[in-house]
Design a protein around this ligand. Structure first.
Ligand code: AVI
Length: 323
C-alpha cells in the first residue's frame, strides 16, 4: 500500500468514487415518492446545524453515548487488549474517538476512514497535535463499500469504531451489508465498538427530531438551500415545512419536507411539480430493539461481548467480536 507521509500523520488515498450529487438529486426528485439522500444534508451550514442538534436538550443520543463511553472506558480498553488498531468508519471531526485516545497507552494506532479528503487530513492532523504519542493514519475511502485495511506490523487487534447511531441512517438491508463489509475487513476475534439508538416511546423520540428551537427544522430545510447554491435550482425553502414522526411499524423516525402550496421548482432544465401537501422523504433514522440488534450482529458474523445501556434505556454501546 502506498502511504504519503504528511508530517504527523500518514495518508492512504484509496481514491473513492465520489457520487454525482446532481444526478442523485434529480433521480430522487423524479421518483413517484420524492426522496433525497440524507448524505446531502452536510454542507458547511448543515454540518454546523447538526453540531447544534447534538447539544439540544431533546436530542439525547449524543450526550447519552458520550456518557456511556466515559463511564465504561476502562472495560472497553480491557476488551481491546494490547497494541490495538482503532479503525473509525466515517470519522468526520474525530470527536468521540478522543474519549478513547485519552485513555489508551502509546501502543495504540488510530486509522480514520472518511470520503472527504481535505476534511479528513485537517481533522487527523489536528488530532495528531492533541495526541502526539499515537500513530495516526488517514484513509480516504468510501466506508459504505468493502475496504481492505492495511496490515500494521506489531499490532494485535483491530477494533472498528462506528459511533453516533449513524447505522440508523441506513435502511435495514444497507445496515446488514455495511456490517458484513466491516466484518470482511477484520480478522477473527477482532472487535467492533458500535453505538446504536434504541426503539422507545415516541414521546421521547419525536421531540428529538422536532426540537422546540426549530434547529432540526432548519437542518432539514437547509438541504433545499444547498441544492439552490450548488445546482443552480430555485427552491423556495419558505414554501416547505419540516415534518418528522416515528413510524412505529418500521421502527424509524422519518423526516420529510412538505410542500405548503402547489408549486414547480427547476434544477437547470428539469422541472419538478409539487402538489400542496406532497412530501420529499429526506431521512430515516432507524431504531433497534435488543433482539433486532442481536439478529443484525449474528447475521453479519459478530457476537455480542458486552452491551452498555443507560438507566433510561435510551441508547446502546456494543462491543462485538468477529466470529
Ligand atoms: C447522523 N444521524 C445519526 C442523526 C440521526 O439521529 O439520525 C442525524 C439527525 N437527523 C436529525 N437529527 C439528527
Amino acid at each position: 500500500m502506498n502511504y504519503q507521509d504528511l508530517g504527523n500523520i500518514k495518508l492512504l488515498d484509496m481514491k473513492p468514487v465520489i457520487s454525482n450529487m446532481k444526478a442523485d438529486i434529480i433521480a430522487g426528485l423524479s421518483k413517484k415518492n420524492k426522496q433525497l439522500s440524507p448524505k446531502y444534508f452536510y454542507d458547511k451550514k448543515g454540518s454546523e446545524l447538526f453540531d447544534e442538534i447534538c447539544t439540544l436538550d431533546e436530542y439525547y443520543p449524543t450526550r447519552t453515548e458520550t456518557s456511556l463511553l466515559n463511564q465504561h472506558i476502562h472495560e472497553i480498553i480491557n476488551l481491546m487488549g494490547d497494541r490495538p488498531v482503532f479503525v473509525e468508519f466515517g470519522s468526520g471531526a474525530s470527536e468521540k474517538i478522543k474519549i478513547i485516545l485519552s485513555h489508551v497507552s502509546e501502543n495504540t494506532h488510530y486509522a480514520a476512514i472518511d470520503i472527504s479528503k481535505k476534511f479528513l487530513i485537517e481533522s487527523t492532523q489536528q488530532l495528531a497535535k492533541e495526541f502526539p504519542y499515537i500513530d495516526i493514519m488517514a484513509i480516504c475511502a468510501d466506508f459504505t463499500k468493502e475496504i481492505t485495511l492495511p496490515e500494521i506490523e506489531d499490532y494485535q487487534t483491530s477494533v472498528a469504531f462506528f459511533p453516533g447511531s449513524t447505522i440508523g441512517n441506513f435502511e435495514r438491508n444497507e445496515a446488514l451489508s455495511f456490517m458484513q463489509n466491516v466484518r470482511k475487513s477484520l480478522r477473527k476475534s477482532d472487535g467492533f465498538l458500535i453505538g446504536i439508538d434504541l426503539h422507545k416511546d415516541k414521546k421521547i423520540l419525536e421531540p428529538a427530531y422536532d426540537d422546540s428551537r426549530g434547529i432540526t427544522a432548519q437542518f432539514n430545510l437547509n438541504i433545499l438551500n444547498r441544492i439552490n447554491n450548488e445546482l443552480n435550482a430555485n427552491f423556495n425553502p419558505d414554501a416547505f415545512k419540516h415534518l418528522s414522526f416515528y413510524n412505529e411499524r418500521m421502527y424509524r423516525i422519518e423526516m420529510h419536507l412538505e410542500s405548503l402550496v402547489d408549486q414547480s421548482v427547476r434544477i437547470e432544465n428539469h422541472r419538478f411539480d409539487f402538489a400542496k401537501g406532497e412530501r420529499i422523504h429526506t431521512e430515516s433514522s432507524n431504531k433497534y430493539t435488543i433482539d433486532q440488534m442481536k439478529i443484525l450482529f449474528n447475521n453479519s458474523g459478530f457476537e455480542l461481548v458486552e452491551q452498555w445501556i443507560d438507566k433510561d434505556s435510551l441508547f446502546s454501546v456494543n462491543y462485538l467480536q468477529a466470529t
